[in-house]
Write a protein that binds this ligand. Structure first.
Ligand SMILES: Nc1ncnc2c1ncn2[C@@H]1O[C@H](COP(=O)(O)OP(=O)(O)O)[C@@H](O)[C@H]1O
Ligand SMILES: [Mg+2]
Length: 401
């Protein structure tokens, strides 16, 4: 199985690009599912489908073409299906603490339930082999980061908290019942949670296995969008996920003669260059700004052709991690593969949130995780084909090797 995730800031074109990719993959003959991970579903709109069709299917995959399905989950349905006792318990608490029953039911949808529902589906598809390729159309940055962090968080919770909580509750339940109105969770609650956890088993391996899952970041040649893309690039790297392409959407076509757009074109050129410094060696695929809103299969096919040309969209466009973060003995390292550059002079320039690396004509910006800001010194050291940037120790500021 192959999973391709499309992530990025809101409105940059994730759903359009994910759909275009899905169409193209299905046309190469593979059973393909495009799944929306955004509660504000817009897949059916982009394919110009009747919403009723999706609703009738209660959030299960809808076949829209030869070998092509789309899925927009129905979150209420998912909660009833997967979260039964957990949800009931939480709604009960809200209700017992004086909330109106309907409000209590709304409030009981905790952050994370949606993401877990998506993961449950993906894990099941992976086990049962329903689809050869799954395209994930992510929600905007924040939610998509929560999505990828859920397996680790849940694992931690189950190992550290869950067992203890269950034991404690079984001790204090008889006493608590006499003194408090707020119900303590029954064993059904714990069983439901445990059961969910079992069904998620293996999903973290699937998402971090670069031979299965790669992430494509969708962005635009604009300052604010690029900044956020740089941040999401760092977070996905921290989660050890493999980013294999950047899709640069909404590039003004070069043959545009209208003077009105000259300033835009100039600033886009600047940001296209900066994007290379941010994301190199991950390849950047440009997509032109369309004359109108791309809707329906024909427009999406055009986008697909622009991005992938002769390539199969499921191929891995970049196989390695562009850099890795490590943490050891009070020091923080960034490890970057830079073959052929060993003898040259490395220049580091530290900015408030990022480090700029210059080696001859090569320049790369890497955004730093926040906690690295507290590390004072920084130095660079070549180690075979790798450049290690080391934070920590006594030395300060800018340094050369
Ligand atoms: N290359 C493009 N040219 C013109 N309009 C585009 C292009 N890509 C996306 N759009 C339009 O921009 C809007 C947002 O795109 P969408 O794919 O829904 O973004 P996201 O999923 O990232 O929020 C939609 O109206 C879409 O049709
Ligand atoms: Mg979208």
């Amino acid at each position: 199985m192959r999973i391709i995730m499309f992530a990025g800031k809101g409105g940059v074109g994730k759903t359009s690009i994910a759909s275009a990719t899905g169409i193209r993959v299905a046309e190469t003959g593979q059973r393909t599912l495009i799944m929306s991970l955004d509660i504000a579903h817009s897949l059916s709109d982009i394919f110009a489908l009747d919403k009723g069709l999706i609703e009738k299917n209660k959030g299960m995959p809808v076949k829209i073409d030869d070998r092509l399905w789309i899925q927009e989950l129905d979150i209420q349905e998912e909660i009833e299906r997967n979260w039964g006792d957990v949800y009931k318990y939480i709604a009960n608490i809200f209700n017992a603490t004086g909330f109106d029953e309907i409000l209590a039911q709304e409030l009981a949808i905790l952050p994370g339930m949606e993401e877990v529902s998506y993961l449950l589906h993906i894990n099941r598809y992976a086990q049962e082999g329903d689809f050869e390729v799954i395209i994930l159309d992510c929600a905007p940055t924040g939610e998509s980061l929560r999505f990828i962090s859920i397996p680790t968080t849940l694992e931690w919770y189950m190992r550290k908290i869950f067992k203890m909580e269950r034991r404690v509750v079984s001790y204090i339940r008889p006493v608590a019942r006499r003194f408090y109105d707020v119900p303590l969770p029954e064993d059904d609650y714990f069983m439901a949670l445990e059961n969910l956890f079992v069904r998620l088993d293996g999903i973290d391996k699937i998402l971090t296995d670069p031979t299965i899952t790669t992430v494509r970041l969708v962005t635009n040649p604009e300052r604010i969008v690029l900044k956020e893309t740089q941040r999401i690039f760092m977070y996905f790297s921290l989660y050890k996920m493999c980013i294999d392409a950047i899709v640069m959407n909404r590039v003004l076509p070069g043959n545009l003669v209208e003077e009105y757009f000259d300033a835009w074109k100039k600033s886009q050129r600047r940001y296209l260059k900066l994007a290379e410094e941010y994301f190199n060696p991950v390849p950047i695929f440009p997509v032109n700004l369309f004359q109108n809103e791309p809707l329906g299969k024909e427009d999406l096919r055009r986008i697909g052709a622009e991005i992938y040309g002769e390539h199969n969209p499921t191929q891995h466009f970049y196989k390695e991690r562009p850099y890795e973060f490590h943490h050891k003995d009070g020091q923080f390292f960034i490890r970057i593969k830079l073959p052929f550059l060993a003898k040259q002079e490395v220049e580091l320039n530290r900015l408030p949130e990022e480090i700029v690396i210059r080696i001859g004509g090569f320049k790369r910006h890497i955004l730093l995780p926040r906690y690295v800001n507290t590390y004072k010194g920084v130095r660079a050291k070549m180690d075979g084909n790798y450049l290690n940037i080391i934070f920590g120790g006594k030395k300060d500021g800018k340094e050369k090797t």
